[in-house]
Design a protein around this ligand. Structure first.
Ligand SMILES: *Cc1c(COP(=O)(O)O)cnc(C)c1O
Length: 235
């Protein structure tokens, strides 16, 4: 169990987000909180849900499916897949999630579109971009972004919403802002190249760089530790 009750941590995280938006001169609802619940038990997700949280992010497919089954009674919960996605796992993701943030290849996107059950409506997706200094090697390179965006935007059962990145940890606001500013500029470039896509999402900002991300225009901040406490074992 975390040191702080989830409802308190969530209230604190919401205040942090609203304060950051105010300091950035942005509307108080211009960014939403995605609660990253990987490695945390379903009981904690339920607590966050009771405190009003609806959007949850998971990284590991089987763990997510198990928790979704336990939480099947929760209405209007929104599941986001934010981890690396292998192409042999796309079917379950297409069937059990509302969003995927980690699209980096056209092949994965094509499979998700083919496998998305029509009754669920389009799957919301973001393209994960490998901005300079990204923590892992995952993500599409900025050079290949436009091509991937065109292909994904043309898939019938996906709705391309925007861009996502996971920068390497950095100390200090200026260093944190640099890769996040790069993602913002890449979205602006894409908006100019493909205005008809009407992209509305910049998925960036985690527990340690929320303020930097909000200053650079984040619309969906992905907070794990700040809501559910530190994770043991897998990062
Ligand atoms: C784990 C994870 C987060 C949350 O990180 P915290 O530092 O715990 O807030 C956000 N995004 C992704 C993609 C993650 O894997």
């Amino acid at each position: 169990m975390p040191d702080v009750p989830v409802s308190d941590a969530l209230a604190h995280a919401r205040r942090r987000l609203v304060d950051a938006l105010a300091r950035a001169g942005r509307d108080g609802e211009a960014a939403q909180l995605l609660a990253v619940s990987k490695t945390k038990p379903a009981a904690l997700i339920r607590q966050a849900y009771r405190a009003g949280q609806r959007d949850f992010g998971e990284n590991y497919l089987q763990e997510a499916l198990d928790k979704q089954a336990e939480l099947a009674d929760l209405d209007a919960i929104v599941w986001h897949f934010i981890g690396p996605l292998q192409s042999n796992k796309t079917r379950a993701v297409a069937e059990h999630f509302n969003w995927v943030h980690s699209i980096e290849r056209a092949k994965t996107a094509r499979r998700l579109s083919e496998q998305r059950p029509a009754a669920l409506g389009p799957l919301n997706v973001c393209l994960q971009v490998n901005v300079s200094g990204e923590a892992s090697k995952s993500g599409v390179s900025p050079d290949e972004l436009e091509t991937l965006a065109r292909e994904v935007a043309g898939l019938p059962n996906l709705r391309l919403r925007g861009l996502m990145t996971i920068p390497a940890p950095a100390e200090g606001l200026d260093a944190q802002r640099r890769p996040l500013a790069e993602l913002r500029r890449l979205k602006e470039r894409l908006d100019a190249q493909l205005p008809e896509l009407a992209l509305d999402t910049l998925s960036m900002g985690m527990s340690d760089d929320l303020e930097a991300a909000v200053l650079e225009g984040a619309t969906l901040v992905r907070l794990g530790t700040a809501i559910f406490g530190a994770r043991a074992g897998r990062p």
